[in-house]
Ligand binder design. Structure first.
Ligand SMILES: [Zn+2]
Length: 231
């Protein structure tokens, strides 16, 4: 049986002398590992199609319970300008790592696939990355059910109003924060985080987020991803 889909390379790992194991975020199969024969032997379009972020149409064969093998890989967009920009790629690597850490294998999600692909096209065009990486992380966490409730306290479930804290995966009220190890969240962060998960990509592109707020969101996400997801 031959399978065909579109995929974006998330990661590749050397295998044997000249082969690769390539991890894709694919349109029809979600996150999948595939085997690619000899891409490291000669510099070719076949070889470069397995570079991280490359968006390709791929065909592969083999039993589903084994490592399947890529037999065709046609580049639709290389995203080379992103990959070769150290700052952009480094920032995007955080999203790639999040995908590898928390996405279940072989569970397609068209929403996430399209969002990631469209974000890459936008990053390529604007050569800006911060808003997109934050947005991708928030959307990924939301889709997988890892995003905390920003409207209600994670402990007493009362509606959050006024001083808000974060503690071990939950957003909590002032009362519940006393006696617990927690960090206070600014009202701005709580508001934007609760709204952003419902934004569309085109809405994100029309909004200006201050540097300070971006940093606070980054901090929150780093903290939350570490404390709520066991890797
Ligand atoms: Zn509470």
């Amino acid at each position: 049986m031959i399978y065909s889909t579109e995929g974006i390379v998330i990661n590749n790992t050397d295998y044997a002398e000249a082969d690769l194991i390539v991890t894709y975020l694919s349109k029809d199969f979600g996150l999948i590992n595939l085997f690619a024969k000899s891409p490291r032997k000669i510099k070719s379009r076949w070889g470069s199609s397995f570079e991280p972020l490359t968006y390709s149409r791929i065909s592969f064969i083999g039993r589903e319970d084994r490592l399947q093998r890529v037999i065709q890989s046609d580049i639709l967009e290389s995203f080379q300008t992103i990959r070769e920009n150290y700052k952009l790629f480094l920032k995007l690597s955080e999203v790639l790592k999040l995908f590898l850490d928390i996405l279940p294998k072989r569970e397609p999600n068209i929403e996430l696939f399209s969002l990631f692909l469209n974000s890459l096209f936008s990053i390529k065009k604007t050569q800006k990355v911060e808003n997109y990486t934050i947005f991708l992380k928030i959307k990924t966490l939301k889709i997988l059910g890892f995003l905390p409730d920003f409207q209600h306290c994670g402990v007493c479930h009362n509606r959050l109003n006024g001083e808000t804290h974060y503690s071990q995966g939950f957003v909590i009220c002032k009362n519940c924060a006393s006696g617990r190890e927690s960090s206070q969240l600014s009202q701005g962060v709580v508001k934007i985080l609760s709204e952003m998960s419902n934004w569309s990509l085109s809405y994100l592109e029309r909004v200006r987020i201050s540097e300070k707020l971006l940093m606070e969101i980054e901090d929150f996400l780093k903290n939350h991803i570490l404390s709520s997801i066991r890797v």
